[in-house]
Design a protein around this ligand. Structure first.
Ligand SMILES: [Zn+2]
Length: 445
């Protein structure tokens, strides 16, 4: 179908729901008509009362190919994305092998993605203690940002960097005005001794809030002194919110995200010996997570992401239950929309607030806001169509990720994705994969 029309009573346009007809032509939203409009000889898709919105942009995903495709790969991850209404994702520089810290490694990753993209996919590069000379090449090759860790990343090929090293590369980031993405945990010895490695409470206390706030202070200091763009990924500690809010009043170069699992689960409900819930920073107590929700409702987060980071069952210690040996990462790329919508409804989050956090705002962060993130004439035809009143249960059969293990299994949620369009191609039809390989590889211009 080169051109067609999509009609719904609930199209999300200019931040409100209106009846409209979208005329899709040549991979773009060619024209938007108010109300119902047909054109002779052009296919008319009537979606009635389903929500029609811009495709979701997930700016924090780990796919791990090449090198660790037994953890997750482009084929499975982008199918899961499409089924979940995600039309664009940005992939992290780890845990592929080689890690994406040189232009060569970046080229290998692009090659690995070739012919496997069912949604659009862009990439970040990484900073490690030995690649200051590679940062400029990575930027010139088209990465959307440079990601670094302030504590052990979980894999030895991606060592963490120090403040001094960030000071060394900051002028390069400044020159290109490209964001530095930081995993903000600064480890120290000021933690309780671990006795039972299967205890969630002991795992939680092994990565305290002050690790996050100390790292955030370092990030804010670098941001301020070098006047560079700094993005704090996956904030979990509510103690970090106030200092970020204060700094953001003075600059638009500081951004922060949080992820679905910090908003959906609470430490009190996580059983011992269940590292399927392990991520870093950890999922904290309900009182903390309520403060994250308050911050979200007060527009303190720039956008939301999945931080999809799966690993094979053995690496997740699913049988042994050891939180300290298990891989830290939660698998959830496919479920961001229903998770946030279902939980958000209980808390009073409106769709007018949620949808931009998944679409327009990450587009802005990625500087894709002139082509993606809105239903607007001339924009890419990346469109998600979903039902806000149909409940469904997450079953193993419905999961497209490489591994079925996810803490979201068996959850019953609202917000089922029915159709997904990527560059004007219907990749998902009636919640099933339809026409594949419509995704484009995105390089930052
Ligand atoms: Zn991550």
């Amino acid at each position: 179908m080169k051109e067609f029309l999509i009609h719904s009573n609930k199209c999300f346009i200019n931040n409100q729901f209106v009846e409209a007809t979208l005329y899709i032509k040549n991979k773009k939203i060619h024209q938007i008509f108010k109300g119902l409009n047909t054109i002779k000889n052009i296919t008319f898709l009537d979606y009635d009362n389903l929500i029609v919105m811009p495709g979701i942009i997930d700016a924090h995903v780990h796919i791990n190919e090449p090198g660790r495709e037994d953890w997750e790969g482009f084929e499975t991850a982008t199918k899961a994305a499409a089924i979940g209404g995600v039309t664009t994702l940005i992939e992290m520089p780890l845990n592929a092998n080689p890690v994406t810290t040189t232009a060569n490694a970046f080229k290998l990753k692009q090659k690995a993605a070739d012919q496997k993209l069912h949604v659009n996919c862009g990439f970040y590069g990484g900073v490690i203690p030995t690649n200051a000379n590679d940062i400029e090449d990575l930027i010139n090759e088209g990465v959307f940002g440079i990601k670094g860790f302030l504590t052990h990343s979980g894999i030895d090929e991606f060592p963490n960097i120090t403040k001094a090293y960030l000071e060394e590369i900051a002028p390069i980031l400044k020159k290109y005005d490209i964001p530095l993405l930081l995993h903000c945990e600064l480890s120290d010895e000021n933690v309780p001794k671990v006795i039972n490695t299967k205890s969630y409470s002991e795992y939680l206390h092994s990565r305290p809030q002050h690790w996050e706030t100390n790292a955030i202070d370092l990030a804010l200091d670098i941001q301020k002194r070098f006047d560079i763009r700094v993005h704090i990924v996956h904030l979990s500690a509510s103690d970090g919110l106030e200092r970020i809010k204060i700094r953001k009043q003075l600059t638009n170069k500081l951004t922060v995200e949080t992820c679905s699992h910090y908003l959906y689960f609470n430490a009190e409900d996580i059983p011992d010996a269940s590292p399927i819930y392990k991520c870093a920073p950890p999922i904290r107590e309900k009182a903390n997570n309520n403060l994250l929700w308050n911050a979200l409702l007060n527009d303190e987060f720039n956008f939301l992401s999945s931080d999809h980071s799966p690993a094979p069952p053995e690496r997740k210690q699913l049988e042994k239950g050891d939180f300290f040996k298990a891989w830290g990462g939660i698998s959830g790329l496919q479920f961001t929309l229903p998770i946030l919508f279902s939980q958000g409804q209980k808390i009073g989050l409106t769709l007018e607030k949620l949808i931009p956090l998944l679409t327009e705002n990450p587009a802005k962060f990625l500087e894709l806001e002139r082509q993606k993130g809105k239903l607007q004439e001339g924009f890419d035809a990346d469109i998600t169509v979903w039902n806000d009143s149909e409940a469904f249960t997450i079953t193993e059969e419905s999961i497209q990720h490489k591994h079925k293990a996810t803490p979201y299994l068996n959850e019953t949620l609202f917000g089922k994705v029915i159709h997904t369009f990527v560059n004007g191609v219907q990749v998902v039809k009636n919640s099933e994969l339809n026409e594949l390989k419509a995704g484009k590889l995105l390089l930052k211009k």
